[in-house]
Design a protein around this ligand. Structure first.
Ligand code: C5P
Length: 227
């Protein structure tokens, strides 16, 4: 395929406190990883590389094959690294030769609708180097020290970054080869390499499951809406 999705799922999930890797925590009868993958496989056809925690590669493959339906041949699983960036690098190393567009997606954003994938792909297809789904910031954000408020930051200049973040494959590969430090996300890494990243509309359902409260929110969402 022309498109690939790297689903990073190798995080430890310490802040969730479920006693094991976050990707395998259940939302309903299905795990966070399984929900993420169901939506990935409902998006346009792509190679899907799952980056799993060391020792859980087999479990990730089982989940992926169940979610893939007739796209089973497009699935691969690789072992993650100590940081998200290292995990993405593992995924990049597994891409097939014909892939031209790469989306990097957090498994923890398990309820991200397929339409977001379509918007990101369409943006790269229209000639952009990178595409980042964002949501407007609703809170008033202040710049602070440990003890003092310095000033408010203009909300119009702020957005909350989500995934999947999409890039031309050659640009993402080169940016990762040249990365000499840890970046907050792929858009920051590609931006530091000198490429423009275009903004597309994110979705509230793409929130990242991080804390127990986030897991509760995901549980009530899947209980009330199908996809
Ligand atoms: O920890 P956090 O939820 O912010 O991580 C974002 C995503 O990156 C998660 O889906 C997590 O599984 C993944 N990750 C990874 N390898 C790491 C750390 C995080 O694949 N070493």
């Amino acid at each position: 395929p022309r498109i690939a999705v790297i689903v990073v799922a190798a995080g430890s999930g310490e802040r969730l406190g479920a006693g094991g890797p976050k990707a395998f925590v259940g939302i309903d009868e299905h795990t966070i990883l399984r929900h993420a993958l169901t939506r990935v496989f409902a998006a346009p056809e792509a190679q899907v590389v799952i980056v799993a925690p060391r020792g859980r590669e087999g479990d990730a493959l089982t989940e992926a094959l169940e979610a893939a339906g007739d796209r089973r041949d497009l699935v691969s699983v690789v072992t993650g690294g100590d940081t998200r960036q290292a995990s993405v690098a593992s995924g990049l190393a597994a891409l097939w030769a014909d892939v031209e567009i790469v989306l990097v997606h957090d498994a923890a954003r398990a309820l991200t609708p397929p339409a977001v994938f379509e918007r990101v792909i369409a943006t790269i297809d229209s000639g952009r180097d990178g595409a980042l789904p964002v949501l407007p910031v609703v809170d008033t954000i202040k710049r602070v020290t440990d003890t003092e408020v310095l000033h408010a930051v203009d909300r119009d200049e702020l957005a909350a970054a989500q995934t999947p973040q999409g890039f031309r494959r050659d640009i993402l590969d080169a940016a990762y080869r040249g990365a000499d430090r840890e970046f907050t996300d792929d858009a920051a890494l590609v931006g530091a390499a000198g490429h423009g990243v275009f903004v597309v509309a994110g979705d509230p359902r793409s929130f990242k499951i991080t804390t127990p409260a986030d897991l509760e929110r995901a549980r009530s969402l899947v209980a009330t809406s199908p996809l």
